[in-house]
Design a protein around this ligand. Structure first.
Ligand code: MN3
Length: 236
């Protein structure tokens, strides 16, 4: 016979079960997903080269979307180890990523890494230091003059068809080389290390420069953080 006391016992047991699981759950490591990095300057601080509205949308919406989609792909595949590895390492070894999320990681992981890098190599006008020292020497050795380097970089950025990036990378033959990449692909995926990069997706410049990508590239040089680029060159 099922008494009222039995019923209470059953209810208590039902309540007790999740409570018993609580300590185990608390001990397990929380999952630390990728998160939007704070900018080292305000949204309006790169004006007039890059306007406040573009920066607000680019960082808060576009960059955030890559992160949201990257996290979702990793969670869906339960490939949680990818949260623990440096993203640069994952992008350099895409073959190790589960095949069903490899393209999502390439696009959205590339998007997250590229944008984080992009914010870091810019500074408000007058705050980015000067091109000098070992980096200047390496640029002159690879491109003859700074002017020739800027021409080569602008040409790569201008002629990249559709959406993509222009990069200054550690070279395989000369100290430095200019390359471009499509979509959110990163030079890391080809085994070279970027030290400077420019986003030439329309979302990076269209509000202010409309279709005139060349003008955006010209104005962008004013907000390059040469101290950060020199640190990238020295570190890698
Ligand atoms: Mn972008």
């Amino acid at each position: 016979m099922f008494t009222r006391r039995d019923m209470l016992r059953t209810s208590a047991a039902a309540v007790a079960t999740p409570l018993l699981l609580t300590p185990a759950r608390a001990e397990s490591e929380p999952i630390k997903q990728f998160a939007l990095p704070k900018l080292p300057y305000g949204y309006k601080d790169l004006e007039p080269s890059i306007d406040e509205e573009t920066m607000t949308i680019h960082h808060g919406k576009h960059h955030q979307a890559y992160i949201t989609n990257l996290n979702a792909a990793i969670m869906k595949a339960n490939a949680l180890e990818l949260f623990k590895l440096p993203l640069a390492q994952t992008l350099g070894n895409l073959k190790t990523v589960p095949e069903d999320i490899r393209t999502a990681v390439q696009n959205n992981g590339g998007g997250h890494w590229n944008h984080t890098f992009f914010w870091s190599i810019m500074a408000p006008v007058g705050k980015g230091g000067e091109l000098k020292g070992d980096l200047l020497k390496a640029i002159e050795e690879s491109f003859k003059t700074v002017e020739d380097f800027k021409k080569a970089f602008a040409a790569a950025a201008t002629t990249r068809f559709g959406s993509g990036w222009a990069w200054l990378v550690k070279g395989k033959e000369k100290p430095l080389a200019v390359v471009s990449s499509a979509n959110q692909d990163s030079p890391l995926m080809t085994g070279v290390t970027p030290i400077l990069g420019l986003d030439v997706w329309e979302h990076a410049y269209y509000l202010k420069y409309r279709n005139v990508r060349a003008e955006y590239i010209k104005e962008w040089w004013k907000v390059v953080n040469w101290d950060a680029v020199a640190a990238n060159f020295a570190a890698n």
